[in-house]
Design a protein around this ligand. Structure first.
Ligand SMILES: [Cu+2]
Length: 292
């Protein structure tokens, strides 16, 4: 998915929830209001297959949240699920988890906030026990916190890698905690759909900078991220622009982490991106970028 700036972007429909705070230091710090609804929903997974998922805002992954360093993120979580408690753990936060990440019972709504003090790209996920099951069912997404001074212009791509577990019955993939504990994923995916970007490659302009924000949601496996035919000009672990690594071919992002990858396709062509843990790539975490 292509990223919009300083806003919340569901996979298909942009839903802008940004409000400026009056007079809060730093001078241009904002309150970014994020509305999330937890609900069970059967979502399209790939042609001919659906997934009996637990979602934030009806999609896997949930919406991309964007803010800037120093902003206050104010989250309202509504639990529209009739059976399970749900919650939100933002890895961009530095808060008391028992307060900020408390479970929301079925049918209830709660609001909490945190100040995004560190720039980067981070995972958010449901933190309710069993976390393995809630993440494995699809309750995760990416939050991007821009550095206070911004980033240089680039063509931006946001990728969330994950595993999908379970058995297919009647063209629906259904997961159990037992499937997830066995750690034998049925599929892997970027942005919630195995082989999504082989079916519809991403498009960029050759000769101009590209920035990939990658988050690995797991629940249990990381990403050895690589672009065939390219070397990353810079990799920023967790997306923090301080101390980038330069000239990297493959970079491991563990489950629960993120990274920013910067590169320029000097030569027009079709470039495959994947996790170079190839047994996982062949289950769906592989795609293409066409540079023109
Ligand atoms: Cu949950």
């Amino acid at each position: 998915m292509l990223a919009a700036r300083r806003t919340i972007v569901p996979a298909l429909v942009a839903l802008v929830v940004l409000a400026l705070a009056a007079g809060a230091p730093p001078a241009d710090a904002a309150v970014v209001k994020v509305s999330m609804t937890a609900r069970h929903r059967t979502v399209p997974l790939m042609p001919g297959l659906r997934f009996a998922a637990w979602t934030f805002n009806r999609s896997i992954p949930g919406p991309v949240v964007r803010a800037r360093e120093g902003d206050t993120i104010e989250i309202t979580l509504r639990n529209a699920d009739r059976m399970h408690r749900h919650s939100l753990d933002f890895h961009a936060s530095q808060v008391d988890p028992l307060r900020a990440m408390a479970d929301v019972p079925p049918g209830k709504t709660r609001t909490f906030s945190f100040v995004a003090r560190r720039p980067g790209v981070f995972l958010y996920h449901c933190g309710t026990s069993s976390v393995l099951q809630h993440v494995g069912q699809g309750m995760y997404g990416a939050i991007i916190v821009e550095p206070a001074g911004g980033r240089p212009p680039a063509q931006e791509i946001v990728l969330v890698q994950s595993e999908l577990y379970g058995r297919v019955r009647g063209r629906v993939l259904r997961s159990t905690l037992k499937d997830m504990l066995a750690m034998r994923p049925r599929y892997t995916a970027f942005n919630g759909s195995p082989f999504r970007y082989l079916r519809r490659p991403l498009q960029v302009r050759a000769g101009e900078p590209v920035r990939i924000y990658l988050v690995d949601a797991g629940p249990s496996m990381g990403s050895a991220f690589h672009v065939v035919g390219e070397i990353f000009d810079a990799v920023q672990p967790d997306g923090n622009p301080v101390s980038p690594r330069e000239g990297v071919s493959t970079w491991s992002v563990p489950a629960g982490a993120g990274a920013v990858f910067e590169l320029t396709f000097d030569e027009p062509g079709t470039y495959t991106f994947l996790t170079h843990e190839l047994g996982l790539a062949m289950k769906g975490a592989v795609g293409r970028i066409v540079a023109r």
